[in-house]
Ligand binder design. Structure first.
Ligand code: DTR
Ligand code: ZN
Ligand code: ZN
Length: 311
């Protein structure tokens, strides 16, 4: 019996017990949070292969204002529309070019307590940006598709976003937060994932909000994976405009051009004295520039956080 069928059988049993208890007037205070499913890393890699093909067919990149970016948006939107999400494109102008945020809402749940999960979809001009940030974009896409496959009915509303033009300074996410205005108070948590498959990986957890940080740290601890606080990214990715607006933020990061220490290599494997991602912002950030285990671990941690925070 697979792990996910065990989880489904346990959920059905719990549901039956709850129904009987309700009839007897002894319903439990609250049903346990349904466990998130394992996210198939092969499916995440398949999305990355598609993003690589898109870059190959569009001048070698998926950068803001270039055809590869809009093709990336159309690919992800197509998957979400087919899975039952309500999607929309939010245009904005940056550097004289039109950019787009892709917003996807999972119908249902309390909209005044929205859990928003986001990743920037644009690459730099120099290359296809598969780790930065195809990895985050593909990871949250597959989590969103798992929400659909599981027919999740969370108490809180789930929204996913793929931001445009992060590389020029979080332009798309800043435009979204500005347009939200006072409605930013309806976002109970913003979870950001920018680089989660680095080839010489680290496991860094955003330490901006203690509750959100604990969700991720507890999950990794249960897997016996050591983590460190994410410190190099303050203000350097799409969580920054949300944090500035007072929204609780969290997220994960597998490392960029900083150098892995001997202690980190002992904890995480990989190579000390080398960058976490030596192809950061370079043309070699291709679909070969990914550590599958790191991509899988991070994506499963995202799924756990989405399930837990929206229950
Ligand atoms: N700003 C991101 C890469 C980046 C560098 N440090 C961090 C820390 C946390 C998140 C992201 C980053 C980019 O180049 O897209
Ligand atoms: Zn970047
Ligand atoms: Zn990035």
């Amino acid at each position: 019996m697979t792990r996910s069928s065990r989880i489904r059988r346990a959920a059905l049993a719990a549901g039956a017990c709850t129904a009987v208890a309700a009839l007897l007037g002894t319903a439990p205070a609250a049903q346990a949070t349904q466990a998130a499913p394992d996210i198939p890393v092969a499916a995440v890699k398949a999305h990355l292969a598609q993003l690589q093909s898109i870059a190959d067919a569009n001048g070698g990149n998926r950068a803001h204002g270039r055809p590869g970016y809009r093709a990336s948006v159309d690919y992800i939107k197509g998957k979400l529309d087919a899975a039952g999400f309500t999607t929309s494109l939010q245009p904005f102008t940056s550097g004289g070019a039109t950019g787009y945020n892709l917003i996807a809402d999972w119908p249902g749940g309390a909209e005044d307590a929205t859990v928003l999960t986001g990743s920037h979809l644009d690459s730099v001009d120099a290359g296809p940006g598969i780790n930065d940030n195809g990895s985050g974009s593909a990871g949250i896409l597959e989590v969103a598709l798992a929400v659909s496959r599981e027919h999740l009915k969370p108490a809180k509303h789930l929204r996913f976003a793929w931001w445009g033009d992060e590389e020029d300074g979080m332009v798309g996410s800043s435009h979204y937060v500005d347009a939200l205005g006072a409605d930013s108070s309806k976002i109970s948590a913003y979870l950001n994932f920018d680089m989660i498959g680095s080839p010489n990986p680290g496991y860094f957890v955003y330490d901006d909000d203690a509750k959100l940080e604990k969700v991720f740290k507890d999950w990794f601890a249960a897997k016996n994976i050591a983590t460190e606080p994410e410190t190099e990214g303050d203000g350097r990715s799409d969580h920054a405009p949300f944090k500035d607006a007072g929204v609780p933020v969290g997220g994960l990061f597998s490392g960029a051009d900083y150098i892995k220490t001997a202690a980190q290599a002992k904890a995480w494997g990989g190579t000390a004295g080398k960058a976490f991602d030596a192809c950061y912002h370079r043309s070699c950030d291709t679909s070969r520039n990914i550590d599958d285990t790191a991509l899988h671990n991070h994506t499963d941690a995202i799924a756990n956080a989405v399930w837990q925070l929206s229950s």
